[in-house]
Structure formats: C-alpha cells, structure tokens
Design a protein around this ligand. Structure first.
Ligand SMILES: [Zn+2]
Length: 278
C-alpha cells in the first residue's frame, strides 16, 4: 500500500499560499511566483517604469500663454525638468486669447498634464482686465503708479491653487514668470512676495510641512530684463508666435496697451523680430 504524502501548504513572503507539491524550489524562492510575471517583456516593462520614476523630474509651471510664462516653461525644461505640468487660470478675462495660446504652448512643449482652473476674480470691480464697465487704456511704461490692469492679489491666488496641485502630485518645483524688471509695478511680482509665498506654501502643504520635501518657487526672470528673457527664450526654441501678450483681445495685438509696449520694447532691445505682427 502506497504511503500517502501529506499535502503541505506554506505561506510565502508576499502572502500567497501555494501548494508545495505543485511548486518547485525555484518558484518558491522567487519574489515573483507566477509564470506570467517571469515573462521577460513584463520584467523589462517594470524595470523601465522604475527607471523612469527615478529619473523623471517633475515641475509645475503657471502658464498664462504670455511671453513670460511660456519662456519659464522652456527654462524649466532646460533645467532638467522633463515631466512638465502646467496650470492655466480663467479668472474672468475679457477675452480667451491667452487661454488658447496657453493650450498651444503646452502642446508644443510636450506638457504631460495641463489643468485649467476657473476662479472668477471678475466678481469684484476695479480691474480693467476683468471689469466690463472699464476700458483698457493705452499703456505708459514710464508710469510709476500701479495701473488699473492690476488684478488684486492675482499671483497670491494663483500660487495657492498651484501649491494645491503640486501637493497632490508631489511636485516640489513650481515655476512662475514674474519679474521686478520691465514690469507694470504689480506688487505680487516682487521677490519679497515670492519668497514669502514660498515659505507659506511650505508651511501649508503636506509635502513641505510633513514630508519635509521643500517646495521651491522658481522665478527665473525676477532680476532679468525682458530683452534678456526673449534672447534666452529664443535660444531655448520658444515659438513666440504661439503666445499672446496683449491685454485686449483683438485679432492682432493692439500695440498700444502696457503689455504690448513692454513686449515690443523687449524684442527691439533683444534685436529679435517678434513673430506676432501688430
Ligand atoms: Zn495690446
């Protein structure tokens, strides 16, 4: 009479119970117990994913579709951030030219994910960019007072939302195209504000306050003239024909608003022809 061999089961490290009579020693010791997982193609796929996860550097760019934010996107890429995210705000502008430009720019730059967030800052009055009762006046780049195109605390609102997105996706680097040089005097474009906001973001996100992964606000043009910015963007391959700068939403840029004047001055000083015709 044949002696029956007792059927044994053993718990292997990953928690699967296998019948030892049907499992050879090699497969028992293997951390991947199923034949399908030993498929060379599957292993190559997993290995590639692990490598990608290690080397892909993520950055989030506040992208308005204008000259500054578009150049900032390309600077991020130049600095080795190869997994780019963009966030664009619809805040009640009188036209959607910037939004369309942002879409085109993000597509051209190979952005992985582009979010559009509506925060209607036109619910309160006083800004000519959003208040239908107000006209957008011709610009004056020598003015020393803050113009009525200033959207109250816009960058503070935008950076707060961007920080939320970054916190959700574990992104530690946020780019914003603000500058203290050649700008319209907006208070939320100054370095003092950006540094303070960076500190606040690190205190108010899990990434910064709990995981201790410092979030950095990159403002690469803070102390750069717009002309130098255009030169840099040109070198990095920015297609400025895709961008929209004008405060007014005509078929062509008006050439006389503050934003158009600053742009024209930048291209002229840089010695580069603006691909947008006025
Ligand atoms: Zn204009």
């Amino acid at each position: 009479m044949a002696i029956g061999i007792p059927k044994l089961t053993r718990l292997i490290p990953h928690g699967k119970i296998l019948d030892t009579q049907k499992t050879d020693k090699k497969s028992y010791l293997s951390p991947i117990p199923f034949p399908v997982d030993r498929n060379p193609k599957y292993i190559t796929f997993v290995t590639r994913k692990i490598i990608e996860r290690k080397i892909m550097k993520k950055a989030l760019v506040l992208l308005s579709g204008g000259l500054d934010s578009t150049t900032a996107l390309y600077v991020a890429r130049e600095q080795g951030f190869d997994e780019l995210y963009a966030i664009t705000f619809e805040y009640g502008q009188k036209h959607d030219k910037e939004i369309k430009a942002a879409k085109a720019v993000a597509k051209a730059a190979g952005v992985k994910e582009h979010k559009f967030v509506k925060i209607m800052l036109n619910q309160w009055d006083g800004c000519s960019l959003t208040d239908e009762k107000m006209d957008i006046h011709d610009g004056d780049i020598n003015r020393t007072t803050i113009p009525d195109t200033y959207v109250p605390a816009r960058n503070m609102v935008f950076l707060s939302v961007a920080a939320s997105y970054a916190d959700a996706l574990d992104i530690t680097d946020i780019f914003i195209g603000v500058s203290e040089v050649d700008y319209s005097g907006y208070v939320d474009c100054r370095e003092e504000f950006i540094r303070s906001m960076e500190q606040t973001i690190n205190l108010g996100t899990v990434l910064g306050a709990e995981k201790k992964q410092k979030i950095t606000l990159h403002a690469p043009f803070m102390h750069m003239t717009k002309a130098d910015e255009v030169r840099l963007g040109n070198r990095l391959g920015v297609d400025y024909s895709l961008t929209w700068t004008c405060y007014r939403g005509g078929k062509k840029p008006c050439g006389t608003c503050d934003s158009c004047l600053l742009r024209a001055k930048a291209f002229e000083e840089a010695g580069i022809k603006d691909p947008l015709s006025y």
